[in-house]
Design a protein around this ligand. Sequence first.
Ligand code: ATP
Ligand code: MG
Length: 492
Amino acid sequence: MHLAGGRKGAGIISAHHSTSSGPDSLDQLIDRAKAPVIVARADHPISRSEISGNALKVLYRLKDAGYQAFLVGGCVRDLLIGMHPKDFDVATNASPEEVRRLFRNSRLIGRRFRLAHVRFGQQIIEVATFRAAGAPMAPEPDLDGVTDESAEEADDDGLDRVHDDRGRLLRDNVYGTIDQDVWRRDFTCNALYYNIEDFSIWDYVGGTDDVRARTLRLIGDPETRYREDPVRMLRAVRFEAKLGFSLHESTRAPFETLAGLLEHIPPARLLDEFLKLFLAGFGERAFDLLQRHGLFKHLFPATAANLATETDGLAQRLIHAGLANTDRRVAEDRPVTPMFLFAVLLFGPVSAAAQRRFESGMHPGAAIADAVDEVVAVQNRRIGIPKRFSIPMRELLALQPRFHRREGRRALAFLSHPRFRAAYDFLLLRAEAGVEDPEIARWWTEIQELPQDAQLQRIGADSAEGGQADGPPRRRRRRRGGRGRKAPAAET
Ligand code: ATP
Ligand code: MG
């Protein structure tokens, strides 16, 4: 398995896919930028009744103050295809400071490129000034809760501190006009502007045609756009999974040579992108697509290597079962945790690493905890797993062998372990995927439902056959190993 295989041919791509709506020379871009297709209200289905009232308030107040105000990005796309947008983004020619002055309930975030967040209770409407060529499109390091003044101090490149009296940057060409803003965006379907002035849609890039055809097409030259920001490859897959759009050939073709660029993205940004891919209700589809497009191995190299060598397909099944389970929970509005996702995705390599330790006589719980540390250390170089997820994940995995012990008071005590519930959920998943004997899962399901005296009877009655199956441990080893320093989380 070549983990870096995708990088081999990087830089060789020359295929240039010019399309009717993807102009390729700068002159053409600028020409086109001057002439948006304007889709009148009568010719598109977006009705104000589907737009969040707070977003409308922001748009109208900007307009009434004499500024241009558009809804832009995912919300316009989603409304066009009849989906409920998860948030509403506004673009305007008002500077961030002007926006801030218009809305008392707003604050500025961002560093080189400032955005206003206008808050209405739980809902935040993001208002961005049109970006010019010099503006970053990818998210910047979070300055959450930082005041304007300190944000200014935090600027260390010295470039963007010079503002004119309207807050526009003088030395850095960061803020611009709508016909500059449009080219900074990634896909044509994400570059449609809904104008509050007359409820029309402005389309510079053929986005309405692509939405109609359900096609994801990058604006401009795909290779250049991916090199600028390789995360756009993951965004393509996210929109493919979420919207059911298909990738235009020119959107997909560069993956083969450019996928390796993902390895240079900061692990914290990949974590954000990972969560958007896997915690939004379409994780199973996203996983399949990431694998099919050859991107998964750059995010989870140890998992991909394990999947590539496994002959029984069990780890693959466990991942599918776990992602389907998470998607179901999202659909039912039940809570989901990244901790569980990481447990599911890393289970294969953790099992393999633990197996080596079992074989050298280590206690199962300790072996697993140790294996988790090894696998997480490697994983953190790609997607940074915060400790608040990796620590409970380690515990959840290290507790799994305890389900094999079904006799004695220790078995009962496990029921009141603070992590029992999470560990039990994972047991069910393992049983569902065929990684664990379903009889064991059934036993633990039943015992929880029994009254206490029946529970006591059950652990007595089952003692003849229980407790034998948790790998190589012998009773003495269990006591020592279980309390050992290496696996404080293994048994408590
Ligand atoms: P979602 O429905 O998942 O929020 P979205 O399209 O709104 O999808 P966001 O990440 O919220 O995606 O970004 C909002 C808009 O900003 C996008 O529609 C796109 O126009 C632009 N954008 C975001 N990230 C990038 C990027 N990395 N490169 C270019 N444009 C981007
Ligand atoms: Mg969005």
